[in-house]
Design a protein around this ligand. Structure first.
Ligand code: ZN
Length: 333
């Protein structure tokens, strides 16, 4: 008999004994919008971001500093960052593909910037048109720029390791390569690395193994977040597996906006509403008001007619009488 501990060594941690805080980072305005051809009006983006922040979402990736001709959907990112900065308490994150993007993100006032590095070099060449060495040059230049800034104006700099669990072009991705690149990014001066299941290939056991391997080299503080997809229906299983090994930041997209180009009918990113319901019901602290979160969707639907929105919790509604951690003894809630 295989004991469960062989697969999920910390499976006993099914319900947190005290209310552990988990940071849910909304990536819909960047990841969701870049994956659809419709362009959301700037005012609707602002309304979406404001409503999610008002529901308690602490961090939102509001756009990407890529040339507008490549992604016209995100051409207003600088304006959106500036707007989001006016929302008290909200951490404003942006994706930057290169040094130029980082410069623009800093000028606009982003609190956090993420530069993606594809572990699969084939994917890197196709996606960013850069070899790994060329991406390292961008990272070096960004770190030099960051080092010239006063501490209070310096955004948090994350290196996002995409295709960390497999690549649609190369297939299997060597875990040793992921660890090597994570170490390299930290050595170059990133504050943190993230692991991204860009292709939806990850499974819970693989995810836990890779998180442990990377953390053994960069420390627990060097890897606190993962970006998961639900391409094969394993999104929330993977999220739970990540929590069990100490991950505290989870990316998600409202309504799974953007879908998945490889699997029609499946969301791409994990769905924020379902993730928050799972976390809330289990007793994790997210700071998010589920009732308020569920109505934010209406803003997105109205602004993007015809675009598919995913998620089970929004369709089914909250359980009858639901008001917070479900099944926890009163003293623990
Ligand atoms: Zn994604």
């Amino acid at each position: 008999m295989v004991t469960s501990s062989a697969i999920l060594p910390e499976a006993a941690l099914i319900m947190p004994s005290k209310r552990t805080s988990i940071l849910v980072s909304e990536v819909g305005p960047r990841d969701g919008l870049q994956s659809i051809s419709s362009i959301m009006p700037t005012e609707a983006k602002k309304a979406w971001i404001a409503a999610e922040a008002a529901a308690g979402v602490p961090e939102i990736e509001v756009g990407s500093f890529v040339p507008p001709k490549l992604l016209p959907q995100l051409a207003d990112t600088a304006e959106i960052v500036a707007y989001a900065r006016t929302i008290p308490g909200l951490t404003v994150a942006a994706l930057v593909p290169n040094f130029k993007g980082a410069q623009n993100a800093i000028t606009a006032g982003a609190h956090k910037i993420t530069l993606p590095l594809s572990v699969s070099e084939t994917h890197s060449l196709k996606n960013l048109r850069k070899t790994h060495d060329q991406v390292f040059d961008e990272v070096r230049a960004i770190v030099e720029l960051l080092n010239t800034l006063p501490k209070d104006q310096r955004p948090h700099f994350e290196g996002g390791l995409s295709t960390a669990f497999g690549c649609t072009l190369e297939g299997h991705v060597d875990e040793r390569k992921v660890v090597e690149l994570a170490v390299k990014l930290m050595t170059l001066g990133c504050d943190e690395v993230g692991l991204s299941d860009t292709t939806g290939y990850a499974n819970p056991a693989q995810l836990q193994r890779l998180i442990r391997l990377v953390r053994a080299e960069v420390g627990d503080d060097g890897l606190t977040g993962v970006h998961l997809h639900n391409t094969r229906g394993l999104g929330l299983a993977n999220a739970l597996a990540a929590l069990e090994v100490g991950i505290t930041t989870l990316d998600a997209s409202l309504g799974g906006l953007g879908g998945c180009p490889f699997a029609p009918g499946a969301s791409g990113n994990i769905v924020t509403e379902d993730l928050v319901f799972m976390l809330d019901a289990m007793g994790y602290e997210t700071g998010i008001d589920l009732d308020k979160l569920l109505v934010v969707r209406d803003i997105v639907i109205a602004a993007l007619p015809g675009e598919e929105m995913y998620g089970f919790t929004p369709d089914a509604g909250l359980p009858k009488g639901y008001h917070g951690p479900w099944g926890l003894p009163a003293h623990a809630a």
